[in-house]
Design a protein around this ligand. Structure first.
Ligand code: ASP
Length: 330
């Protein structure tokens, strides 16, 4: 060492420092979630209700983060957190789903693996407790991408998934708001909250997965399918770009192909996640639709734009603190 010229010593010193820095800099991984967008305003929210939502969102984020921190896959994290939200009556997915014009819960869900671009989706589900698990089963255990109603439910039974009566999904609150909606269309609009759930995760291997689960729109027509189970509209994931899960007036999200559009703007135009997602949400608004998206890219960047008064949302990325938000200007 003593015989080395001074410049070589400096070079070696810088090299060692850089390597230490690189080792210390862990690869990015993490999870982003949403619990629906809509008229979520502080004035209408009691302190207890706000605490219920923020505690649940915190629990969901921590569950997903733990799976990823322990080396679990993005797909496992997405399925687990969506299942937790489906089981909670707070959201419009699984238990607590909104009802069709006939007063029945009809559920839709989808999941996508950004590594292989494989995807699974289900629609019109009335008796499977966890539609997101059924969507994953369609992806992994069938040659198809999408299955609907009775056929999807038969497939669920064959694969041993938990089946429930339709009443299981119907909470008192949803039933009452359905009754009000039957009486007055205006009332329905005032209380309109989308409440769909979704998640996007990036694991330690650099794989991205996204998923969405919903009861759809209150008073939807029997048989109506929204954007949540449509790959490219409500859900998309590609390791080369990002993962996206949407919530909002599904018909508009389908017409624009929201989730794939965001990924394509990044892939073909080299746009940032933030710019791409904001541009697409603006397109939704220009067409007359409302809602939002959660997005996570391969670098661990997060974007969560929406054009409604609020959106239940949060993220937890390694090296950062978990973040939970509900209202617009937070
Ligand atoms: N996007 C869902 C649908 O149209 C509804 C929602 O997000 O609440 O079915």
């Amino acid at each position: 060492m003593r015989t080395l010229p001074k410049s070589a010593k400096i070079f070696l010193f810088v090299l060692i420092l850089t390597s230490i820095n690189l080792i210390a800099q862990e690869k990015k991984f993490g999870i982003v979630i949403h619990g629906g967008a809509g008229r979520i305003v502080k004035e209408n929210m009691s302190a207890e209700r706000e605490a219920e939502y923020s505690n649940k969102l915190k629990e969901v984020l921590e569950t997903g983060y733990k799976i990823l921190a322990e080396g679990g896959s993005a797909l496992d994290a997405v399925e687990a957190v969506i299942k937790l939200m489906e089981d909670s009556p707070l959201f419009n997915a699984g238990k607590g789903a909104v009802l069709t014009e006939k007063g029945v819960a009809e559920l839709d869900a989808s999941i996508m693996d950004g590594k292989t671009l494989s995807a699974g989706a289900v629609a019109g589900i009335k008796h499977v407790k966890s539609p997101i698990t059924l969507a994953r089963l369609v992806m992994e255990k069938s040659p198809h991408v999408m299955m609907i109603s009775a056929g999807a439910e038969e497939f669920a039974k064959q694969n041993g998934l938990e089946m429930v009566d339709n009443e299981y999904f119907i909470t008192k609150e949803r039933w009452e708001s359905y009754q009000r909606a039957l009486q007055r269309e205006e009332e329905r609009k005032k209380t309109e909250k989308h409440g769909t759930v979704g998640a996007v995760a990036l694991d330690k291997e650099g794989n991205i997965a996204a998923g969405t689960s919903t009861g759809g729109m209150m008073m939807k027509k029997f048989g109506r399918v929204g954007d949540a189970p449509i790959i490219g509209a409500g859900t998309y994931a590609n390791n080369k770009t990002c993962g996206v899960s949407a919530t909002g007036s599904g018909e508009y999200f389908i017409r624009i192909g929201v989730a794939k559009d965001i990924s394509s703007l990044i892939e073909y135009k080299g746009m940032s996640l933030k710019n791409a997602s904001e541009e697409v949400i603006k397109k939704v608004g220009d067409l007359g639709g409302n809602g939002g998206v959660i997005c996570l890219d391969k670098f661990g960047n997060v974007a969560m734009p929406f054009n409604t008064e609020g959106m239940y949302r949060g993220y937890y990325i390694n090296g950062e603190k978990p973040v939970i938000k509900m209202y617009k200007d937070e």
